[in-house]
Design a protein around this ligand. Structure first.
Ligand code: SAM
Length: 320
């Protein structure tokens, strides 16, 4: 499939309804907090040790308290390495992770969010619209958050949709570029990684976090499988091999790729079929997973099932 076909499927999938639903769901809120905690725990000398987040005593099936969960983790990480940090959040979505990261930055830092879906960016912009009020943490600390709809690979799409190149992309070089749980929605990972690396300042860091199941390292692990959501382009997570390969091709150095956390939570069947291990997909088919029915706002019920997914981190630096 081409980049533009995958983009169309993603634009269709990330509708306003989907964006609003994303922002309401407890499992998404909890997942975003874990993603934020992992990012905020990346040390400046990450090459010695990647953050490992032990969630064995955290119940992700109930809403976790944001300030308690993120307390005490921000010192010494790369996101607090200096004032005036420039950060790119690629495929930023509705800004759940962006908000946590922005809340931990040192003064005068800036996050630029880029996404292809206007509805998710509507929610992103709503989330940050009070940032300019006087008593606000962001305002008081000179922290700026902006967002743009833009296709970083295909300028014909930008021209057709009157999307101008964000000034930050052609002027600034970023200290950190990160992307959370979006790589599996992208078709051409090598081209995207090369482009994102090109946005880095010398010594800048690229971090990708996405779903992972160790069985994807095996060939034909899911050969029985039919994709039920074509906006997902990398089924069942991304292999370490693929991430190592794409970071290497982009010329990054000090590359590390490792699973960093395990998420155990209730997920809808549609999600499980595309994002989970073969074992869990088979258990779902045989009705062997623990089930919980969520009562939706409109009174309908959605069946969800308890499964575990790993998260993998790929990190590398641009040379001098
Ligand atoms: C699962 S969401 C993750 C959003 C956010 N990073 C988070 O952690 O909540 C995937 C996002 O990827 C975006 N996306 C898909 N294809 C894209 C592309 N080619 N360029 C930019 N964003 C894209 C979607 O619009 C969506 O917001």
């Amino acid at each position: 499939m081409s980049h533009s076909e995958a983009r169309s499927l993603n634009i269709k999938h990330f509708s306003q309804e989907k964006a609003d639903d994303y922002d309401k769901r407890m499992e998404i809120a909890n997942q975003s907090l874990v993603l934020s905690k992992i990012l905020l725990s990346v040390g400046t000398s990450y090459i010695d040790e990647l953050p490992k987040i032990d969630l064995s005593d955290v119940d992700l099936t109930v809403r976790i308290d944001r300030s308690l969960f993120l307390r005490g983790i921000s010192d010494g990480g790369i996101f607090r390495s200096k004032e005036g940090l420039k950060i790119l959040d690629f495929a930023c979505g509705t800004g759940l992770v962006t908000y946590d990261i922005a809340s931990h930055l040192l003064p005068n830092s800036k996050i630029v969010g880029i996404d292809i879906s206007q509805p998710v960016l509507n929610n992103f912009n709503d989330r940050f619209k009070f940032c300019n009020s006087f008593e606000n943490f962001f305002y008081k600390n000179g922290i700026e958050v902006v967002s743009y709809r833009y296709d970083i690979l295909d300028n014909t799409f930008n021209v057709r949709n009157s999307l101008e190149e964000p000034k930050e992309l052609n002027q600034a070089k970023f200290d950190i570029v990160y992307c959370t749980i979006s790589y599996h929605h992208l078709e051409d990972i090598d081209q995207i990684t090369a482009r994102l690396s090109g946005y880095l300042a010398p010594n800048g860091t690229l971090i990708i976090l996405d779903f992972y199941n160790s069985d994807i390292e095996l060939q034909n692990h899911h050969d029985h499988h039919i994709n039920n959501n074509e906006a997902v382009r990398q089924l069942h997570g991304i292999s370490r091999k693929k991430l190592l390969d794409t970071f290497g091709k982009a010329g990054l150095v000090d590359i590390r790729v490792e699973p960093v956390a395990k998420l155990k939570m209730y997920r809808a069947a549609k999600f499980i079929k595309n994002h989970c291990s073969k074992e869990n997909v088979e258990k779902l088919e045989k009705n062997e997973l623990k089930m919980f029915q969520i009562l939706e706002a409109d009174g309908t019920r959605t069946k969800t099932y308890l499964v575990e997914n790993e998260l993998v981190m790929a990190i590398g630096k641009k040379g001098n």
